[in-house]
Design a protein around this ligand. Structure first.
Ligand code: SF4
Ligand code: SF4
Length: 313
């Protein structure tokens, strides 16, 4: 059953699948509480909510017995003009990745119901998740044997790297066999810690308030002065700690998911084209993408930040 579920997940187009027993997250609950207590989540107060649900899938989805975790590679086949203001690679696709993963998870649900009956999914509760619900996805991916949490706090799959989306599906089926958590394989490497321009990767966790991803998306208002000279040419998200990781250098390969197709025109834009971006063009080019979640004003503010000459291209 365990292998069949994984085969079904691969057949609907996911790149990897693992399954973990649904139970409280253990030490990660303590880690999460300390991380919140330190205020490392900044203004993302939604992370404080639903703490119990976040730490125990059986509270989030009653009757849930197993967590099916899936990965979707998003490493693009073509990168942006390196001289241009940069988007994180997860934001390249024309269609918001949340939509793509949710659609694929629905397909997986349908296939699992065909094999195991409607009862495999608790119909009264939302059951499939992709980074917008109270689920500790990286925890579950590690528990499901899909990789380990690197020193850059990203999930690293041993043969895909870290440019992967994580989705999860709570099912009501207890299995005889589960995958084993993968132990960390960073070893003595510190490349991500050394490369992070803002020292967001602290020994006691990632301080999101210092992270360029947070500063360019979540942070309301102006980017604090102390970080203005550090954000390089990032305008949405940041891949610096992912790009230096030896596991990505060795294993990250272009995806073949047509749903994650990129607008090739945008990849070629130079700095001046980005500077001229109008609200109308923003809607045309990014209206359906995850860049659209940041909002035009935030993107414009990030671009102006670069134009003020505080950063070098
Ligand atoms: S995403 Fe960028 S700013 Fe955030 S931890 Fe990684 S290198 Fe640092
Ligand atoms: S750069 Fe090195 S330390 Fe950082 S996540 Fe990758 S392997 Fe681990």
């Amino acid at each position: 059953m365990h292998h069949l579920i994984k085969d079904i997940a691969l057949s609907v187009g996911f790149d990897a699948c693992g399954i973990a027993k649904a139970e409280a997250v253990g030490d990660d609950e303590v880690y999460l509480q300390k991380w919140l207590d330190k205020g490392y989540h900044g203004s993302m107060s939604y992370l404080e909510r639903n703490f119990e649900k976040r730490c125990n899938p059986t509270v989030l989805v009653p009757e849930c017995k197993s967590v099916v975790v899936v990965l979707l590679n998003y490493y693009p086949s073509k990168l942006q003009n390196p001289q241009a203001p940069q988007l994180a690679k997860y934001a390249y696709s024309e269609i918001d990745y949340h939509t793509v993963i949710k659609t694929k998870l629905s397909q997986l649900e349908t296939e699992l119901k065909k094999h195991y009956g409607e009862g495999i999914i608790n119909a009264s509760f939302q059951h499939s998740f992709v980074d917008s619900a109270p689920v500790l996805e990286r925890h579950w991916a590690q528990q499901a044997g899909l990789g380990w949490i690197g020193k850059n706090k990203q999930l690293i799959h041993p043969s895909l790297g870290s440019y992967v989306f994580i989705g999860s599906l709570m099912i009501n089926l207890a299995l005889d066999e589960y995958d084993s958590p993968m132990p960390p394989r960073c070893g003595k490497c510190t490349k991500c810690l050394d490369a992070c321009p803002t020292s967001a990767l602290q020994p006691d966790g990632m301080d999101a308030r210092r992270c360029i991803s947070y500063l360019t998306i979540e942070n309301k208002g102006e980017i604090p002065a102390e970080f203005k000279s550090m954000i390089a040419n990032q305008i949405i998200g940041c891949d610096i700690c992912g790009d230096v990781c030896p596991w990505n250098k060795k294993w990250a390969k272009p995806h073949h998911h047509s749903e994650l197709a990129t607008n090739k025109e945008v990849l070629q834009w130079d700095k001046s084209k980005w500077s001229e971006l109008s609200a109308q063009d923003y809607k045309i080019y990014f209206g359906k993408s995850s860049v659209g979640r940041a909002g035009y004003n935030k993107l414009k503010q990030n671009l102006e930040q670069l134009e003020m000459g505080t950063t070098t291209f």
